[in-house]
Design a protein around this ligand. Sequence first.
Ligand code: GDP
Ligand code: ZN
Length: 448
Amino acid sequence: MARPPSDVIAAIATAPGRGGIGVVRISGPNLSALAATLGGKVPEARVACFTRFRSADDGLIDEGLLLYFPAPNSFTGEDVIELQGHGGPVVMQLLLARCLELGARLAEPGEFTRRAFLNGKLDLAQAESVADLIEASTAAAARSAVRSLTGSFSKEVHGIVERLIDLRMLVEATLDFPDEDVDFLAEARALERIQTIASELEALLDRARQGSLLRSGLHVVLVGQPNVGKSSLLNRLAGEERAIVTDIAGTTRDALRETIQIEGIPLHITDTAGLRDTTDEVEKIGIARTWQEIERADVIVRLVDVRAGLTDADAAIDARLPAGVERITVFNKVDLAGHDAKRVDADGAVSLYLSAKAGQGIELLRAELLRVAGWHRHGEDIILARERHLIALREALACIHRALDNRHALELMAEELRLAQEAVNEITGEFTPDDLLGVIFSRFCIGK
Ligand code: GDP
Ligand code: ZN
């Protein structure tokens, strides 16, 4: 792996704004001289040292603590200096400017974590979980991120890689000694072991999918004719008056989005302009946007006024909905029809009867949204996965299945096992190309 660049980087590590303290972090090779200049004396390693931070002309900038972490016992694996001053934006800028004056350059987003990765302090999945932990928007997401950060996901990934390496050695040995009497593979129960890896990958993928839900949530789009109660339903789900509700058809002309949480899963719910034939130009634009939203949906909730039932207009909407996307039909306004709320499952096509306005049956909709999302409450063992991890796990699983299909063509089997290992390795970054690293770390905040 390429060695990290060895210049000195600095950044304000604490959040912008005012706080009790603020931290400037510096990383690079051989920082003891810089630490001595900033601290007024050579600091003891890993001991908080009270310091007056001074400018080039000896003016006082701030007083605070200086911490010096010599390599390799630091976050980045390089020498690291932390300056803890008062957490005001101006004083932090002055401290940072002083560091730049002394030869540091401003760190790029994620550059500290990138160096930690390049120096083997963290693998890639752990490095990503640093960003995930910082960005976690729910307690469940934060718990999951910190578990990945401490390496529990990486450990499972490594376990699979090790088992793949064992198998590959076995298959390659069999290829190298084709005339041996013993059937190495049968003896070592190779096929069973490949099956086991396939099940492990499937289980991991399932937990990763749950984590991906927790992390990114689900896009839900409410569609239906004007006045069926889409905006009322969004309000009800969001628990506040967000969308404008009126009884004039065509009021919601633009898409309104609201993010709510159900059991910690973020649901991005979009209310849309009612779908109908119209000559109103503004309304037409709203309807065009609705179709764009529908293209991006994970789940479509189609609303119908229970009193009118499914009409030709609903059938026309239905025919245009993309195939393969989950849908739930809601018969709304049961309060006006004297019905009770209920759930009807007709060969997998689920309909809910509820009242957006009166609130009856809303819990049925919440449960149904989680069900179609595939959420099954794994609890603590979910993995806060990124799309990249899901792709790698799916790819590895596909290779394993092909390896099993090629049980009578050992060369092909060996190659598929190699590809599976490569895919799994990408998760922890063993075979990750530089440009991908650039993409991953550029999404971090500066100072991390
Ligand atoms: P949208 O055009 O589909 O967004 O429909 P709105 O949410 O704006 O609702 C249209 C009208 O139907 C408003 O007067 C709502 O108060 C009313 N409405 C919506 N849902 C219900 C319901 O469940 N019961 C009753 N009685 N009225 C409802
Ligand atoms: Zn509306």
